[in-house]
Design a protein around this ligand. Structure first.
Ligand code: LIP
Length: 265
């Protein structure tokens, strides 16, 4: 078995167990533990508990690896592998009871730096639907036993998913950006969890996704899903996906979408 396949097995098992834990906590009732970057940017008690669970399981399985999680920060390892974890991506959906949230776990070669790392394995698990999206480098992207492939866009235009950051000051520019995209869009979706947006691109459920201001743990696993499904992923012009921008779609639609996204506002 390749290292990437081994890492994927670990990611998939832990994502399932972590997601089922989060789902049990959801059924017991959600408590908002704190706010982060803005009043709308919440963290629940479950986010913290689930991240602690994932971190402990990874430390048991792969003690020399590094860790980079949404709730508990970064810790460098010695093996050259770092785990990038969002315990509950789509926390606002989770808090409201909208069934679109996921555990996202990626294993990357390199330290906790999106500009330098290379993702080897990624698992995105939606415990409400029971869907586990998984990908390993050069091993394809999969949902159950179905190999995933991005969609090609027809003359009706692309079904485009996007998101809006928590900072209210970014909303005006984000809406202006969306208005520039509309001429090539058949419609727009705002699912509310970047990892599921990217998994949806990989599965051909939406034709494209773009968003400014996401964090590495939101997109690390999803970016690999799209790449392994034959898609193209990018960030600011010519760059890698990162906090500034994530764009994902088929290569042909990427070439139409990217010039419409203005990176400086
Ligand atoms: C959220 C995303 C959402 C995005 C938010 C945020 P969280 O992650 O997945 O789609 O628009 O900015 O990053 O905070 O729920 O883990």
């Amino acid at each position: 078995m390749t290292l990437a396949a081994e890492l994927l097995e670990i990611a998939a098992r832990i994502a399932r167990e972590a997601g089922d834990l989060a789902l049990r906590r959801r059924q017991e009732g959600v408590t908002v533990a704190a706010t982060k970057s803005a009043a709308a940017d919440i963290v629940t008690a479950a986010d913290r508990e689930v991240e602690a669970f994932v971190r402990a399981e990874l430390a048991r399985e792969r003690p020399g690896d590094g860790f980079f999680g949404e709730e508990s920060g970064a810790e460098q390892g010695e093996s050259g592998i770092t785990w990038v974890v969002d315990p509950i991506d789509g926390t606002v959906n989770y808090a409201y009871g909208i069934p679109a949230w996921a555990v996202s776990i990626a294993a990357v070669a390199g330290d906790a730096d999106t500009a330098a790392w290379s993702a080897l394995a990624g698992a995105v698990y939606n415990p409400v639907t029971g869907e586990l999206f998984r990908a390993s480098r050069d091993g394809g992207a999969w949902l159950g036993d179905r190999r995933l492939a991005v969609s090609e866009v027809g003359e009706a235009g692309g079904l485009v998913a996007t998101g809006f950051g928590y900072d209210p000051e970014t909303h005006g520019p984000a809406l202006a950006q969306l208005s520039r995209v509309m001429p090539i869009a058949r419609d727009v979706r705002r699912i509310g969890a970047a990892s599921l947006d990217l998994a949806s691109v990989a599965a051909g459920r939406v034709d494209a996704y773009y968003e400014r201001g996401t964090h590495p743990w939101d997109h690390a696993a999803g970016v690999l899903l799209v790449e392994e499904a034959g898609g193209r992923v990018g960030g600011a012009p010519g760059g890698r996906p990162g906090n500034g921008m994530v764009i994902a779609s088929s290569p042909a639609f990427f070439a139409r979408l990217e010039p419409l996204l203005d990176y400086d506002r």
